[in-house]
Design a protein around this ligand. Sequence first.
Ligand code: SF4
Length: 298
Amino acid sequence: MDCTTEQDGMHYEGSCIRPPSEAYSILLQVTTGCSHNKCTFCGTYKDKRFKIKDDDIILSDILFASKYMKRQDKVFLMDGDALIIPQKRLMWILDRIREHLPWVKRVGAYGNAKSIKMKSPEELIALRENGLGIIYLGVESGHEEILEKICKGTTAQNLIDMGRKVKAAGMKLSVTVLLGIAGREKSLEHARATGRLLSAMDPDYIGALTVMLIPGTVLYEEYQQGRFELLEESETLMELREMIAETNLTRGLFFSNHASNYLPVRARLPRGKQEALDIIDAALKGEVGLRPEWMRAL
Ligand code: SF4
């Protein structure tokens, strides 16, 4: 989505993204860019430097939403990790949402390991009590070597700890993992390590995306130089199969319905695991149609 500033409208800057599940939410841009902005595969915020937007702009957008977005009962705080906003200011934003958008039932935001670490357990609880109900966390892989290679800036254990911290505060936790990010050689190792991480973290939702090459990113260069190999469709399916097989949740939803994926799978775990594996097996045998390459998108 490319957004432009509109007088008396929402003050969006640059390209804006949100999780698929926030498609119908009020998109309130409280930061621009991503405070990390180093992941080798990500080109999302290359066009902007990270900053927290001015309070008067944020308030103006909330007031605009209060007039024109009365039918949307969720708010998503864009851009990248809005959770990094200092506690007092973030509480102020949530207060203004409660004050002017009283019909809103849930606020969501991206977080990363660093921004979750910076909040104390008590601060996270206070945010939840003030309406922040879900954190979206990009995990990408549970494989240490891969996390380092893609410059995720954290370790698998830290991701597990930070995910658990969000859940302990009573918030919902939604994570994304990236199929194909380990290339061909480490594909199944990445799948198993990621399944183990997910089992230990036990998030509410897991969204699997498939890696796509974005010009201008480090990963794109690595591919051009022959240092990164993209998986074939069947290899991606094998990786997804291995990851689901290795993932044991108390109660959660594993889905791969993002437009970047070849095969949409939606499995309620633990109950739906075998059914999901059977669908993937059928796809591997050619009995289920895959999304053609030209229809894949981020
Ligand atoms: S993947 Fe997420 S954390 Fe990494 S650079 Fe992109 S927005 Fe930032």
